[in-house]
Write a protein that binds this ligand. Structure first.
Ligand code: SF4
Length: 286
């Protein structure tokens, strides 16, 4: 599935769109997501990890190349967060089967409205901008809201990408951890939870003292993340959590993923690089 997201407004609008982007990635891990932003927002792009490709409009003649790139791609969905002439042109060029925008466009410009075929009925003044952006995803189905996990991931990415002079922002982003079932199940299957006397079911106890989050913090304290990238903070729990997530997730290395493993029996994936040192514990004993 190919998804085109159009956010051509200012940097504040792009920041308020990041939870919607993260929610999309969470629901469609295999989708190829392209994000188009205005040139004023280009500095923020490294922080938006949930997209596969970014394009920048510069309001110059060389935008023509970018317009051709959009027209060539043949998208399935196009979500327009912007509602202006340029975003309407891009939505048209996308050739997407579903081109989604707020129904407000019908009041703003009847000619522009003809470009789209799905209209979200929510009004911006009825809700927070962040929720309004999420409401635009409804025609894609399955995306009902943004979880705390997704919000934490989006906020952490933004904080980590902030100006290097804002040390406290970067430190705050570095310690934000989101424990999902992939991360919890990895710690269970490998025997780490048992060895650390921290056995617990997935849920609130993952964040309680001694739970998954504490274990990841302890692991991070014993690793100098600068060995992997000199620009990283030395103590980087978020990096450790993300590495575990990538090892497991379908959108990452897809190794220790519940869809690949029979959870009722000890793991038999002998080709897994950590098989020799893994306890291979069954998640739900038969
Ligand atoms: S050996 Fe099996 S249980 Fe252990 S990390 Fe690899 S895939 Fe997961």
């Amino acid at each position: 599935m190919k998804i085109l997201l159009l956010q051509l407004k200012r940097i504040g609008d792009l920041i308020l769109t990041t939870p919607a982007i993260a929610a999309l990635r969470d629901k469609f891990p295999g989708a190829r997501i392209t994000l188009v932003v205005a040139r004023e927002c280009a500095d923020l792009l490294p922080a938006i990890a949930s997209v596969d490709r970014t394009l920048v409009t510069r309001r110059k003649l060389r935008d023509v190349t970018m317009f051709f790139a959009v027209a060539r791609e043949k998208f399935d969905y196009c979500i327009d967060f912007t509602r202006n002439d340029r975003s309407a042109l891009l939505a048209f060029l996308s050739g997407a089967q579903k081109r989604v925008v707020s129904h407000r466009i019908k009041i703003q410009s009847k000619s522009r409205a003809r470009v789209y075929n799905e209209f979200a009925r929510h009004q911006m003044r009825e809700m927070h901008t962040l929720d309004y952006h999420l409401a635009l995803l409804e025609p894609l189905g399955h995306v009902y809201g943004v979880s705390n996990k997704v919000l934490a991931m989006a906020l952490s990415d933004l904080l980590l990408a902030s100006d290097a002079k804002r040390l406290t922002w970067i430190e705050a982003g570095a310690v934000m951890i989101a424990v999902d079932t992939l991360v919890h199940n990895f710690l269970h299957r490998t025997g780490i939870l048992h060895d650390m006397r921290a056995d617990h079911p997935y849920g609130p106890r993952c964040y309680a003292p001694g739970g998954c989050a504490t274990i990841i913090e302890r692991l991070a304290a014993s690793i100098d993340a600068r060995r992997f990238n000199p620009g990283f903070p030395a103590n980087f729990p978020r990096f450790v959590q993300h590495a575990i997530w990538r090892f497991c997730a379908e959108a990452g290395l897809n190794r220790c993923n519940g869809r690949r493993i029979d959870d009722r029996a000890p793991c038999k994936q002998t080709d897994c690089p950590v098989f020799e040192n893994c306890a291979c514990v069954a998640l739900k004993p038969a």
